[in-house]
Design a protein. Structure first.
Length: 234
């Protein structure tokens, strides 16, 4: 499985990412790299196995930086990875890209990351009403972002919000729980208002701020979003 990977500091978190070729994946890579393969994954397609392996491989590399080795990263019944007690983390992947972000629980209380291929105009138009409301449409139209790109960012951001908050809330919530509140293309940040009925975020407006990246290389057209909530100060 040929892959190129990189490390980025999302202070105080660590982001590892990799481009990989799922067409040359072999299941033997799990054992060769001491990456746990759950029984359900053994029966999955090679493509799904490759994506799972890439994410867990990066997770193992991330945990190594915290001097945590050979940790069996299992998932609970809701598919949430069960990280070591001292860490928070999140994993995402597309067909040929994977990323993992981790941080010490003493610094970050919740974290979520998501990568999405940028929607084409036709699909964006079809999915728009399921992802954002009229206020979100207006904010995107007033920004420097093309409509399909802005919608792709919102789609990814809401997935990142779910990954970060579900382990804390333990309650399902849909896309309507987070509403786009602001776009700052200069700093690469999105702001959402989150439904206060689900969880109080200890700020007046119950707002969530996410970082985003846009990758528009020749072979890659994707967005990456990340939500990090700081740990309570002692």
């Amino acid at each position: 499985m040929h892959a190129s990977h990189s490390t980025q500091s999302y202070s105080p978190a660590l982001l590892l990412s990799a481009d990989f070729n799922n067409k040359v994946f072999e299941p033997a890579l799990f054992d060769q790299n001491s990456v746990y393969c759950p029984p359900a994954m053994v029966k999955a397609s090679r493509k799904r196995q490759a994506e799972y392996f890439a994410g867990r491989y990066l997770a193992a590399a991330a945990m190594n930086t915290y001097d945590i080795h050979q940790f069996k990263l299992i998932a609970d019944a809701n598919r949430c990875p069960q990280w070591p007690t001292t860490l928070v983390g999140s994993i995402t992947h597309t067909d040929n890209y994977a990323a993992c972000i981790t941080a010490k629980k003493s610094d970050i209380s919740a974290i979520g990351i998501d990568a999405q291929d940028i929607l084409n105009d036709e699909r964006a138009e079809r999915l728009q009403s399921r992802i954002i409301d009229s206020g979100g449409v207006r904010l995107i139209s007033q920004s420097e972002l093309a409509p399909a790109l802005g919608l792709s960012l919102c789609f990814s951001a809401k997935e990142a919000i779910y990954k970060a908050l579900y382990p804390r809330i333990q309650q399902y919530f849909g896309f309507s729980a987070a509403k786009l509140h602001g776009i700052d293309t200069n700093t690469g940040k999105l702001t959402f208002r989150f439904d206060p009925a689900l969880w109080v975020l200890h700020n007046e407006r119950n707002t969530l701020e996410l970082r985003y990246q846009i990758d528009m290389q020749i072979n890659n057209h994707r967005v990456l979003t990340c939500l990090m909530l700081p740990a309570a100060k002692k």
